[in-house]
Design a protein around this ligand. Structure first.
Ligand SMILES: C[S@@+](CC[C@H](N)C(=O)[O-])C[C@H]1O[C@@H](n2cnc3c(N)ncnc32)[C@H](O)[C@@H]1O
Length: 244
């Protein structure tokens, strides 16, 4: 069975909603709010953009679409208006204050060496009334904890098994990766209206091959009834202030 068939099996087993569905809904809401301020001129940043972006589906509604990552993209990113090399944990001046209405940072937090600094930077770059959407892994899931807890060497050897390419196997840190830590860090960075959801995402994330899909499915089923332990966290937070 190909990947699509495996993922259809997840829907049949009720392992839903998928992270992608939640992120799409969160971005739709954030962009709709931003459109009240700047119809046709919404500014969006994909922070740690890699190669794929959930913001791409909203391209017709985004006036300025910027991608930032710590290194050059491995493929062309024609959906972006601009790309910038920015270390989100370091470069407070990566963008001007209040540059963006919507920021997405998808599966990046677990890689940040200084999540506190990164969240403060994102907060600085978002306009009052603007939104941040984050997805990341949850250390409270036992498989995620085991994976993050592996010594660097064995983990680096395992990463290519669950990633599309070796280039996607980025160094993992996991310094701010459970629901309580994320809530606290977002609050400390000055975000409000924090809405945090957890979902079982391991079978999808590890679904490129049958053995890792099966392990992920077991992980999703084991924690399905324990929201604080599901593998993946989706958070929406706002920068206080009116969309003016
Ligand atoms: C797992 S990939 C996710 C890529 C993309 N956001 C997605 O959802 O497919 C993590 C991305 O975060 C980037 N990244 C990690 N640490 C970063 C940092 N300190 N500053 C900027 N980008 C960073 C990596 O280079 C990589 O592109």
């Amino acid at each position: 069975m190909a990947e699509a068939g495996r993922f259809a099996l997840l829907s049949r087993l009720g392992i839903d909603p998928a992270v992608g569905t939640l992120v799409h809904a969160a971005l739709d809401e954030a962009i709709t709010t931003a459109e009240q301020r700047s119809p046709g001129a919404v500014a969006a940043l994909d922070a740690g953009c890699g190669r794929v972006s959930a913001l791409r589906a909203f391209r017709p509604r985004i006036g300025r679409f910027v991608g930032a990552d710590i290194h050059e993209p491995s493929v062309p990113l024609p959906h972006l208006d601009e790309f910038a090399i920015v270390d989100l944990c370091v470069s407070a001046d990566g963008f001007a204050e209040r540059s963006f209405d919507v920021v997405l940072s998808s599966f990046t937090l677990e890689h940040f060496t200084d999540p506190t600094a990164a969240l403060a930077n994102l907060r600085r770059w978002i306009r009052p009334g603007g939104s941040l959407v984050i997805t990341t892994v949850n250390r409270r899931h036992p498989f995620v904890a085991a994976y993050l807890g592996l010594p660097d060497g064995p983990r680096r050897r395992l990463q290519p098994l669950v990633k599309a390419t070796t280039a996607d196997a980025h160094p993992l840190v996991g310094a701010c990766n459970d629901p309580a830590a994320i809530r606290a860090a977002l609050g400390a960075a000055g975000f409000s209206g924090i809405r945090l959801t957890t979902v079982g995402h391991l079978a999808r994330a590890w679904g490129r091959r049958w053995p890792t899909f099966a392990l992920g499915l077991l992980g999703d089923l084991l924690t399905g009834a324990m929201p604080s332990r599901r593998s993946t966290i989706v958070v929406v937070a706002r920068v206080p202030g009116e969309v003016a």
